[in-house]
Ligand binder design. Sequence first.
Ligand SMILES: Nc1ncnc2c1ncn2[C@@H]1O[C@H](COP(=O)(O)OP(=O)(O)OP(=O)(O)O)[C@@H](O)[C@H]1O
Ligand SMILES: [Mg+2]
Length: 259
Amino acid sequence: MSKATLLSVKSITKKFGGLVALNNVNITVYEGEILGLIGPNGAGKTTLFNVISGVYKPEGGRVFFDSVDITRKPPHQITRMGIARTHQIVKPFNEMTVLENTMIGALFGRLASRITMGEARKKALETLEFVGLIDNADAPASKLTLHEKKTLELARALAAEPKLLLLDEELAGLNPKEIEESLNLIKQAKDEKELTIIMVEHVMHAVMNIAERIVVLHHGEKIAEGTPMEIANTPRVIEAYLGEKELALKFVKKLKPQK
Ligand SMILES: Nc1ncnc2c1ncn2[C@@H]1O[C@H](COP(=O)(O)OP(=O)(O)OP(=O)(O)O)[C@@H](O)[C@H]1O
Ligand SMILES: [Mg+2]
């Protein structure tokens, strides 16, 4: 059976003045997969998320979601269609409670046009229970630790009931135990909520283990695409990003044996 395409990024070019942040990038994302998006700082990963979510309009190319051209649609409309994201730099509304922050996800998400405040509250509470932040529901977001703030970003995105979830460095700044907890949560969310996920990540052993396929960006160009094993053995990726072959092989060794 062939896999259904959920998102198609076609020949996207995004410039900031003279800087070409994305140069003719093509990516297909299949329904139900976790796609890892990796590459050095400044490669264009967050810019691609901003193009997909409608924050930036590209100079060239098109983005199709569920076969609909979303390239020129405003962000709120794209969220309603079923794309939610987390931000690399966490930005909760600090003065609002954890529950209120999560309700925003539900109120602006897939059900935005027909959800009541009561239903949004219920959805937010369920989501906080799911991610393990329920005990903090009434605390102001400013009181959370970094790990909890990252989890709140995830909760807000999940409360929108997306089909496609864009995770921008969800694991950055976390300690190994927190990384493991977050990875388990992401896997559980994917399975229980039938999500498709694009995951931007610098924590290599994590993304190499959780993603089924990896795309590598470098200077705004896609330089490689393949299974984690293929990527860790691609000389151009080792040279541009992974550093030494020995280091790349370490990630391979940590990989589960391939069936
Ligand atoms: N709003 C903007 N205005 C001008 N330049 C920008 C803007 N956003 C991004 N850039 C530039 O575009 C390039 C790609 O940036 P981007 O944030 O997409 O990289 P990234 O791959 O997410 O990097 P990192 O791993 O550090 O988060 C960089 O050179 C960055 O300085
Ligand atoms: Mg980034």
